[in-house]
Design a protein around this ligand. Structure first.
Ligand SMILES: Nc1ncnc2c1ncn2[C@@H]1O[C@H](COP(=O)(O)OP(=O)(O)OP(=O)(O)O)[C@@H](O)[C@H]1O
Ligand SMILES: [Mg+2]
Length: 363
């Protein structure tokens, strides 16, 4: 129903969307996640023409909404938007806020707009709040009025931009419940959110945005339980990454050690884990591996997951393969094995650093 092709949005200092391609189908509930500044809001704002895309096309039921002849109000009706900050008119009551766009944009009579407004206020659990002004409502209630206002336009899709992030924790649930209810009723929705368990439980598709577009997309199961691409993994598992490259054997050993120490303290890695990461570098890389290499070129990578406090270490290096288990340096090997589990060696074709040793720090 909505086809996005090669969508680009450029600002003078940033290009949040370089090349976005997606198809949104009727009944889809799409959770849009990703780090701050990756263009999630920009994408929604482009869809609803609050921003003019720099390039590309957006087709709704075949019509390109970026065509200059396109009726902007008609498009905005088809793509309702709910903002973090509610955007209600302060001088109008809840019901008047919901009636106004129906009268102005859809040409409904006051009675029709009122009847529909009352019905929708009931649907979001605010039947008795029709005559309240926004100032007299809680944040959660205001957001539910804003959702009712969007629904009143009978949009084909509702775009939510962090609908609960301005709310007190106690009110998040009531707004999420309304959105969940809409999902169950088959409403097509796109929801930008930083609440991962909500994103996971409500959606049938997840867009992970990064690096200028939809970097990885999949079912909630795929994205949250088994993300495939590097940046998605870092985001989902809250990975803190240390990546050190060493290009000759006379590298500055103390400065690498202090780099590891800085990384551990900056990311609040538990002291025992920090000590073990340091030990792997000293005993495995410095004592076992480097003496065996004719040409030293290696990368030492640690990925600490804030989500489950686990740490994976990978040492990738070029040239001849070295089996640490076969080393004569039994003392270093014993120390390494006391610090890590699941020590494995593999070779990766097509990478100049084709030998890998991976392991998990013992917890
Ligand atoms: N009107 C604007 N003028 C200039 N730059 C903008 C404008 N709007 C957004 N940007 C820039 O575009 C980038 C993407 O912003 P956007 O608000 O879409 O990110 P986001 O993914 O929604 O982030 P957050 O999770 O923090 O809401 C940022 O670098 C931002 O500074
Ligand atoms: Mg945003």
């Amino acid at each position: 129903m909505i086809e996005i092709r090669h969508l680009k949005k450029e600002y003078p200092d940033a290009t949040p969307l370089r090349d976005v391609n997606a198809d949104i189908r009727d009944g889809d509930v799409i959770a849009v996640i990703g780090p701050s500044g990756t263009g999630k809001s920009t994408l929604l704002r482009c869809l609803n023409l609050l921003e003019r895309p720099t390039d590309g096309s957006i087709r709704i039921d075949g019509d390109d909404i970026l065509d200059p002849g396109c009726n902007v109000n008609l498009i905005r009706r088809k793509l309702g938007m709910v903002f973090q900050s509610f955007n209600l008119f302060g001088h109008l009551t809840a019901i008047e806020n919901i009636m106004k766009p129906q009268i102005d944009l859809l040409g409904r009579s006051r009675q029709e707009a009122y009847d529909r407004g009352i019905e929708l206020l009931g649907r979001v659990g605010l039947a008795n709040m029709a005559l309240k002004y926004p100032d007299e409502l809680s944040g959660g209630q205001k957001q539910r009025v804003a959702i009712a206002r969007a629904l009143a336009m009978d949009p084909e899709i509702i775009l939510f931009d962090e609908p609960t992030s301005a709310l007190d924790p106690a009110m998040i649930g009531e707004v999420q419940a309304v959105i969940r209810d809409l999902a169950r009723a088959g409403k097509t929705m796109m929801i930008v959110t930083h609440e991962m368990s909500f994103a996971r439980s409500i959606s049938n598709r997840v867009f992970y945005m990064d690096d200028g577009g939809i970097y990885e997309e999949g079912t909630p199961e795929q994205i949250f339980a088994n993300p495939q691409k590097e940046l998605t993994r870092r985001f989902i598992y809250k990975l803190k990454v240390l990546d050190i490259e060493i290009e000759d054997s006379s590298f500055d050993f103390p400065s690498v050690c202090s780099g590891i120490a800085d990384y551990c303290s900056k990311n609040q890695i538990p002291p025992k884990t920090a000590m073990r990461i340091q030990l792997v570098f000293e005993e495995l890389v410095q004592q076992i591996l480097i003496p065996e290499l004719t040409d030293v070129h290696l990368r030492f990578k640690a990925e600490y997951s804030e989500a489950d406090e686990s740490t994976e270490i990978t040492v990738a290096y070029g040239g001849n393969a070295v089996d640490p288990e076969a080393t004569d340096n039994r003392l270093s090997l014993t120390l390494v094995k006391s610090a890590v589990s699941d020590l494995r060696c593999e070779s990766v074709q097509g990478d100049p650093l084709s030998n890998r040793i991976s392991m998990r720090i013992r917890s």
